[in-house]
Design a binder for this molecule. Sequence first.
Ligand code: PGA
Length: 260
Amino acid sequence: MSEERRPLISGNWKMHLNHFEALKLVQELTYLVSRDDVDAVDVSVHPPFTDIRTVQTSLEADKIPFFLGAQHCHFEEKGAFTGEVAPSMLAKLGVSYVIVGHSERREVFGETDAMINAKVRAVLANEMTPILCVGETLDEREAGEAESKVTGQIQSGLAKVKADQVASMVIAYEPIWAIGTGKTASAEDAQAMCESVRNVVRDLHGSAADAVRVQYGGSVKPTNAKELMSQPDIDGALVGGASLEAESFASIVQYRLHQI
Ligand code: PGA
Protein backbone atom coordinates (compact mmCIF):
# COMPACT_ATOMS: atom_id res chain seq x y z
CA MET A 1 0.00 0.00 0.00
CA SER A 2 1.41 3.34 -1.03
CA GLU A 3 1.63 5.96 1.69
CA GLU A 4 -0.34 8.51 -0.30
CA ARG A 5 -3.33 6.29 -1.00
CA ARG A 6 -5.71 5.88 1.92
CA PRO A 7 -7.08 2.35 2.17
CA LEU A 8 -10.81 1.98 1.53
CA ILE A 9 -12.69 -0.99 2.95
CA SER A 10 -16.21 -1.19 1.49
CA GLY A 11 -19.07 -3.39 2.63
CA ASN A 12 -21.35 -4.40 -0.28
CA TRP A 13 -24.49 -5.69 1.38
CA LYS A 14 -26.06 -6.71 -1.94
CA MET A 15 -29.77 -7.62 -1.60
CA HIS A 16 -29.50 -8.42 2.09
CA LEU A 17 -30.78 -6.73 5.27
CA ASN A 18 -33.99 -4.73 5.59
CA HIS A 19 -33.69 -1.27 7.13
CA PHE A 20 -34.10 -2.54 10.70
CA GLU A 21 -31.35 -5.11 10.17
CA ALA A 22 -29.17 -2.51 8.47
CA LEU A 23 -29.54 -0.17 11.43
CA LYS A 24 -28.63 -2.95 13.85
CA LEU A 25 -25.51 -3.81 11.83
CA VAL A 26 -24.35 -0.18 11.70
CA GLN A 27 -24.83 0.16 15.45
CA GLU A 28 -22.93 -3.06 16.15
CA LEU A 29 -20.12 -1.85 13.91
CA THR A 30 -19.80 1.39 15.83
CA TYR A 31 -19.04 -0.55 19.00
CA LEU A 32 -16.38 -2.64 17.28
CA VAL A 33 -14.65 -0.07 15.04
CA SER A 34 -12.56 2.48 16.91
CA ARG A 35 -11.50 6.04 16.16
CA ASP A 36 -7.97 4.71 15.49
CA ASP A 37 -9.40 2.35 12.89
CA VAL A 38 -11.14 5.09 10.93
CA ASP A 39 -8.09 7.31 11.28
CA ALA A 40 -6.13 4.60 9.47
CA VAL A 41 -8.69 3.38 6.96
CA ASP A 42 -11.72 4.77 5.10
CA VAL A 43 -14.81 2.61 5.56
CA SER A 44 -17.89 2.67 3.34
CA VAL A 45 -21.14 0.75 3.72
CA HIS A 46 -23.38 0.06 0.72
CA PRO A 47 -26.89 -0.89 1.84
CA PRO A 48 -29.83 -1.63 -0.47
CA PHE A 49 -31.69 1.50 -1.62
CA THR A 50 -34.53 1.04 0.88
CA ASP A 51 -32.07 1.23 3.79
CA ILE A 52 -30.00 4.21 2.69
CA ARG A 53 -32.05 6.91 4.40
CA THR A 54 -32.13 4.96 7.66
CA VAL A 55 -28.39 4.34 7.59
CA GLN A 56 -27.72 7.99 6.67
CA THR A 57 -29.77 9.21 9.63
CA SER A 58 -27.95 6.87 11.99
CA LEU A 59 -24.47 7.83 10.71
CA GLU A 60 -25.30 11.54 11.02
CA ALA A 61 -27.09 11.37 14.38
CA ASP A 62 -24.36 9.33 16.05
CA LYS A 63 -21.49 11.06 14.18
CA ILE A 64 -20.25 7.71 12.87
CA PRO A 65 -17.32 8.31 10.53
CA PHE A 66 -18.26 5.75 7.87
CA PHE A 67 -18.92 6.83 4.30
CA LEU A 68 -22.35 6.06 2.94
CA GLY A 69 -22.38 4.11 -0.31
CA ALA A 70 -24.83 2.76 -2.87
CA GLN A 71 -24.61 -0.38 -4.98
CA HIS A 72 -25.97 0.94 -8.24
CA CYS A 73 -27.73 3.87 -9.94
CA HIS A 74 -29.06 4.91 -13.31
CA PHE A 75 -27.09 7.26 -15.57
CA GLU A 76 -29.94 9.61 -16.47
CA GLU A 77 -30.88 12.46 -14.17
CA LYS A 78 -34.66 11.89 -14.35
CA GLY A 79 -37.35 10.50 -16.56
CA ALA A 80 -39.48 7.52 -17.43
CA PHE A 81 -37.21 4.82 -16.00
CA THR A 82 -39.51 2.80 -13.77
CA GLY A 83 -37.67 1.28 -10.86
CA GLU A 84 -34.44 3.21 -11.32
CA VAL A 85 -32.70 5.70 -9.01
CA ALA A 86 -30.92 8.83 -10.27
CA PRO A 87 -27.40 9.69 -9.10
CA SER A 88 -28.62 13.09 -7.85
CA MET A 89 -31.08 11.30 -5.53
CA LEU A 90 -28.19 9.43 -3.96
CA ALA A 91 -26.07 12.58 -3.69
CA LYS A 92 -28.93 14.28 -1.84
CA LEU A 93 -28.86 11.44 0.72
CA GLY A 94 -25.20 12.05 1.44
CA VAL A 95 -23.94 9.08 -0.55
CA SER A 96 -20.19 9.34 -1.23
CA TYR A 97 -19.36 6.11 -3.10
CA VAL A 98 -21.41 4.30 -5.75
CA ILE A 99 -20.47 0.81 -6.95
CA VAL A 100 -20.69 0.79 -10.74
CA GLY A 101 -20.60 -2.25 -13.01
CA HIS A 102 -20.48 -4.96 -10.36
CA SER A 103 -20.24 -8.34 -12.10
CA GLU A 104 -23.72 -9.22 -10.85
CA ARG A 105 -25.09 -6.09 -12.56
CA ARG A 106 -23.20 -6.97 -15.71
CA GLU A 107 -24.15 -10.68 -15.73
CA VAL A 108 -27.63 -10.79 -14.18
CA PHE A 109 -28.96 -7.43 -15.39
CA GLY A 110 -27.15 -7.14 -18.71
CA GLU A 111 -25.30 -3.90 -18.02
CA THR A 112 -23.00 -3.12 -20.93
CA ASP A 113 -19.65 -1.35 -20.93
CA ALA A 114 -21.36 1.68 -22.52
CA MET A 115 -23.97 1.84 -19.75
CA ILE A 116 -21.29 1.46 -17.11
CA ASN A 117 -19.25 4.27 -18.62
CA ALA A 118 -22.36 6.51 -18.63
CA LYS A 119 -22.89 5.67 -14.95
CA VAL A 120 -19.27 6.42 -14.04
CA ARG A 121 -19.63 9.85 -15.64
CA ALA A 122 -23.03 10.50 -14.05
CA VAL A 123 -21.73 9.60 -10.58
CA LEU A 124 -18.73 11.90 -11.03
CA ALA A 125 -20.97 14.70 -12.34
CA ASN A 126 -22.87 14.46 -9.04
CA GLU A 127 -19.67 14.78 -7.01
CA MET A 128 -19.70 11.20 -5.77
CA THR A 129 -16.95 8.62 -6.24
CA PRO A 130 -17.55 5.65 -8.52
CA ILE A 131 -16.17 2.26 -7.50
CA LEU A 132 -15.78 0.78 -10.98
CA CYS A 133 -15.79 -3.04 -10.83
CA VAL A 134 -13.84 -5.15 -13.29
CA GLY A 135 -12.88 -8.81 -13.37
CA GLU A 136 -12.68 -12.01 -15.37
CA THR A 137 -14.60 -15.30 -15.32
CA LEU A 138 -12.86 -18.60 -14.58
CA ASP A 139 -13.01 -19.57 -18.27
CA GLU A 140 -11.35 -16.28 -19.22
CA ARG A 141 -8.67 -16.79 -16.57
CA GLU A 142 -7.96 -20.34 -17.72
CA ALA A 143 -7.77 -19.16 -21.33
CA GLY A 144 -5.12 -16.60 -20.34
CA GLU A 145 -7.50 -13.72 -21.07
CA ALA A 146 -7.82 -12.19 -17.60
CA GLU A 147 -5.64 -9.15 -18.32
CA SER A 148 -7.15 -8.41 -21.71
CA LYS A 149 -10.70 -8.66 -20.31
CA VAL A 150 -9.91 -6.30 -17.45
CA THR A 151 -7.99 -3.92 -19.72
CA GLY A 152 -11.01 -3.64 -22.03
CA GLN A 153 -13.36 -3.05 -19.10
CA ILE A 154 -11.17 -0.25 -17.77
CA GLN A 155 -10.69 1.39 -21.15
CA SER A 156 -14.41 1.47 -21.82
CA GLY A 157 -15.39 2.25 -18.22
CA LEU A 158 -13.11 5.31 -18.17
CA ALA A 159 -13.92 6.61 -21.66
CA LYS A 160 -14.35 10.40 -21.71
CA VAL A 161 -13.39 10.66 -18.03
CA LYS A 162 -10.73 13.31 -17.33
CA ALA A 163 -7.44 12.40 -15.66
CA ASP A 164 -8.16 14.36 -12.47
CA GLN A 165 -11.49 12.57 -12.15
CA VAL A 166 -9.85 9.20 -12.71
CA ALA A 167 -7.36 10.08 -9.97
CA SER A 168 -10.25 10.49 -7.53
CA MET A 169 -11.85 7.17 -8.41
CA VAL A 170 -11.76 3.65 -7.05
CA ILE A 171 -11.40 0.60 -9.30
CA ALA A 172 -12.33 -2.74 -7.76
CA TYR A 173 -10.67 -5.78 -9.28
CA GLU A 174 -13.02 -8.65 -8.53
CA PRO A 175 -12.33 -11.99 -10.22
CA ILE A 176 -15.83 -13.34 -10.83
CA TRP A 177 -14.83 -16.87 -9.81
CA ALA A 178 -13.88 -15.57 -6.36
CA ILE A 179 -17.12 -13.67 -5.61
CA GLY A 180 -19.25 -15.42 -3.02
CA THR A 181 -17.46 -18.72 -3.63
CA GLY A 182 -15.05 -18.78 -0.72
CA LYS A 183 -12.20 -18.97 -3.27
CA THR A 184 -9.86 -16.01 -3.04
CA ALA A 185 -7.23 -15.07 -5.58
CA SER A 186 -3.80 -15.66 -4.08
CA ALA A 187 -2.21 -12.49 -2.78
CA GLU A 188 0.35 -12.74 -5.62
CA ASP A 189 -2.33 -13.09 -8.32
CA ALA A 190 -4.45 -10.34 -6.80
CA GLN A 191 -1.39 -8.06 -6.64
CA ALA A 192 -0.45 -8.87 -10.25
CA MET A 193 -3.95 -8.03 -11.49
CA CYS A 194 -4.22 -4.85 -9.39
CA GLU A 195 -0.82 -3.76 -10.72
CA SER A 196 -2.06 -4.43 -14.21
CA VAL A 197 -5.18 -2.31 -13.48
CA ARG A 198 -2.90 0.53 -12.39
CA ASN A 199 -0.75 0.12 -15.51
CA VAL A 200 -3.81 0.40 -17.74
CA VAL A 201 -4.74 3.64 -15.94
CA ARG A 202 -1.15 4.83 -16.39
CA ASP A 203 -1.31 4.19 -20.13
CA LEU A 204 -4.55 6.15 -20.32
CA HIS A 205 -3.96 8.95 -17.83
CA GLY A 206 -0.33 9.01 -16.67
CA SER A 207 0.12 10.01 -13.05
CA ALA A 208 -3.58 9.55 -12.22
CA ALA A 209 -2.48 5.93 -11.78
CA ASP A 210 -0.53 6.87 -8.65
CA ALA A 211 -3.64 8.31 -7.01
CA VAL A 212 -6.43 5.97 -8.16
CA ARG A 213 -7.31 3.48 -5.45
CA VAL A 214 -7.49 -0.16 -6.49
CA GLN A 215 -9.53 -2.52 -4.34
CA TYR A 216 -9.48 -6.30 -4.43
CA GLY A 217 -12.82 -8.08 -4.02
CA GLY A 218 -13.82 -11.72 -3.95
CA SER A 219 -14.18 -13.71 -0.71
CA VAL A 220 -12.19 -11.24 1.40
CA LYS A 221 -12.31 -12.48 5.00
CA PRO A 222 -10.64 -11.63 8.31
CA THR A 223 -8.16 -14.44 7.64
CA ASN A 224 -6.90 -13.14 4.29
CA ALA A 225 -7.42 -9.37 4.60
CA LYS A 226 -3.97 -8.49 5.92
CA GLU A 227 -2.06 -10.45 3.32
CA LEU A 228 -4.13 -8.95 0.51
CA MET A 229 -3.90 -5.43 1.93
CA SER A 230 -0.12 -5.74 2.32
CA GLN A 231 0.34 -5.89 -1.45
CA PRO A 232 1.71 -2.68 -2.94
CA ASP A 233 -1.04 -2.19 -5.52
CA ILE A 234 -3.99 -3.22 -3.34
CA ASP A 235 -5.46 -0.17 -1.64
CA GLY A 236 -8.61 -1.63 -0.23
CA ALA A 237 -11.20 -4.36 -0.27
CA LEU A 238 -14.74 -4.66 -1.59
CA VAL A 239 -16.33 -7.11 0.80
CA GLY A 240 -19.62 -8.92 0.22
CA GLY A 241 -20.52 -11.86 2.47
CA ALA A 242 -18.12 -10.99 5.28
CA SER A 243 -19.55 -7.45 5.51
CA LEU A 244 -22.98 -8.71 6.60
CA GLU A 245 -21.76 -9.64 10.03
CA ALA A 246 -20.37 -6.93 12.32
CA GLU A 247 -17.51 -8.92 13.82
CA SER A 248 -16.12 -10.15 10.51
CA PHE A 249 -16.41 -6.76 8.80
CA ALA A 250 -14.88 -4.94 11.77
CA SER A 251 -12.06 -7.46 11.79
CA ILE A 252 -11.37 -6.80 8.09
CA VAL A 253 -11.38 -3.03 8.80
CA GLN A 254 -8.79 -3.79 11.52
CA TYR A 255 -6.58 -5.88 9.18
CA ARG A 256 -3.52 -3.81 10.12
CA LEU A 257 -3.68 -5.25 13.65
CA HIS A 258 -3.66 -8.89 12.46
CA GLN A 259 -0.74 -11.27 12.45
CA ILE A 260 -0.39 -12.76 8.96
P1 PGA B 1 -17.83 -11.63 -1.58
O1 PGA B 1 -18.44 -10.50 -2.57
O2 PGA B 1 -16.94 -10.92 -0.60
O3 PGA B 1 -19.04 -12.25 -0.94
O4 PGA B 1 -17.06 -12.59 -2.43
C1 PGA B 1 -17.64 -9.47 -3.06
C2 PGA B 1 -18.43 -8.60 -3.99
O5 PGA B 1 -19.29 -9.12 -4.73
O6 PGA B 1 -18.25 -7.37 -4.03
